[in-house]
Design a protein around this ligand. Structure first.
Ligand code: ZN
Length: 434
């Protein structure tokens, strides 16, 4: 952890040479622990190719009301892009008040114009509407859009990064969100529901970059359980070098997520030195989590064992600080109520409780969600992800509570040893799979 979070790795920026050095270091540790390689060509490193695309010109929206003139709205004038989770869309305008008691029934491919009393609700509502099938959500400008209007006007928007082999990140929500200027909001009053709204941008030539995962495997000794692997994971990247705060520009990411990487390495050390477990155990230290779950999404498309043979995933995220909301030394498991995994680990000695901050949506904020969306019972062990040093240069070793972290990892050893030697079958509860 000392090395991973040191200034020499310059914050392990997603997809940078520093991320590769972190992955190479982690690989050398896995090798020393007697874990076999599970990366490319017999190595511990899996290199993922990422395809980045951006618009060739400012974004425009076309509005075609039936029977009247088409209008074109332009980025920086009538709107600014807030979130682009899809390349293009075209659908009927539907005006929705978010504070309606009942959830509105959306048209297929609806482009929602959202109104609500409370501007703090807009963004959360936009993502909820995406879950209901909206392809795009137009929100009135909120404070965050006003603050950044100038820069959001000028920057040509990025389209979602593609993972080589197809698709975008499993963390991407397939929706476009645009904030409308006050004038555009006024103009909306005259534009009828059902007007076709389209976004069909010109795209600049794509650019390729790489990200690196470190992968290891211990093959289980019980052939009957060989298709019930347990995946232990964390992310090895962080935010790299960025805007200085109090003269410090290195975002060390000690808690986020050198701590989780350390936990996975410690589990690898213990499992690598003991007798072979009954189940196969995979160790994955993902790159480019901070760029939107890109390393884990690449892994998902190029898994070292078939995905259907992975029974469960435990991701370790930010376990270097004690959460004052739970008993000291406890970790919480995101999505506790969604599966049978947390309670059974606790029964077997894990100092693990339910996530005390469900409003933060942590279940969907780490690599586990990428796997969970594909059906794997995938949850995150964490302890205090909302401290003031979160995503700051001050998330460094000086702010780690090593006693907490040591005991938190220690409490997971026995239950994980039990899990990888059991024939327990992790399952989502009815209707709780994301
Ligand atoms: Zn993280």
């Amino acid at each position: 952890m000392d090395f991973l979070a040191s200034d020499s790795l310059r914050g392990r920026g997603s997809g940078t040479q520093d991320e590769l050095i972190a992955a190479t270091y982690v690989a050398s540790q896995l090798e020393q622990y007697g874990v076999e390689p599970a990366g490319d060509n017999g190595t511990y490193i899996q290199r993922g190719t990422l395809v980045h695309r951006k618009l060739a010109a400012p974004a425009t929206l076309s509005l075609h009301p039936s029977g009247s003139q088409e209008a074109t709205w332009t980025q920086g004038k009538e709107f600014v892009p807030v979130y682009l989770g899809r390349d293009s869309f075209s659908g009927p305008l539907q005006k929705v008040r978010f504070d309606e008691k009942n959830k509105p029934k959306l048209q297929p491919n609806a482009v929602v114009f959202l109104t609500s009393k409370n501007e703090n609700e807009y963004r959360r509502a936009a993502f909820e509407l995406a879950d209901e099938g909206a392809v795009a959500v137009l929100i009135p400008e909120d404070q965050r859009a006003r603050d950044r209007w100038q820069s959001l006007s000028e920057k040509l928007p990025d389209l979602p990064t593609e993972i080589e082999g197809g698709g975008t990140s499993g963390m991407t929500t397939q929706v476009a969100v645009f904030a409308l200027s006050q004038e555009a909001v006024k103009a909306m009053e005259q534009i009828p529901d059902g007007t076709t709204v389209s976004f069909e941008p010109q795209v600049a030539p794509a650019e390729k970059t790489y990200t690196w995962n470190a992968l290891g495997i211990i093959r289980g000794r019980d052939p009957g359980l060989s298709r019930a692997a347990i995946l232990l994971s964390a992310h090895l990247d962080h935010l790299g070098v960025g805007k200085p705060v109090n003269g410090d520009s290195i975002y060390n990411g000690a808690d986020d997520d050198a701590s989780g990487t350390t936990a996975v390495l410690e589990l690898a050390r213990v499992l690598g030195s003991g007798p072979k477990p009954r189940r196969t155990v995979l160790f994955a230290l993902f790159g480019s989590e901070e760029a939107g779950g890109l390393g884990s999404s690449y892994f998902l498309q190029h898994p070292p064992v078939p995905l259907k043979d992975i029974a469960a995933n435990l991701e370790f995220e930010m376990i270097g600080r004690a959460d004052p909301k739970v008993p000291r030394e406890a970790n919480w498991l995101t999505g506790w109520e969604r599966s049978n995994l947390g309670p059974v680990l606790a029964e077997h000695g894990a100092n693990l409780v339910g996530d005390p901050r469900p409003d933060e949506g942590f279940f969907a904020r780490s690599d586990n969600i990428v796997l969970a969306k594909k059906g794997v019972v995938a949850q995150t062990v964490s302890s205090f992800a909302v401290h003031k040093d979160y995503h700051q240069p001050s998330d460094d070793l000086a702010h780690i509570d090593f006693v907490h972290m040591d005991r938190a990892i220690g409490s997971m050893l026995k239950p994980v040893l039990w899990l990888v030697n059991s024939d327990f079958s992790p399952k989502w509860k009815e209707g709780k799979q994301p």
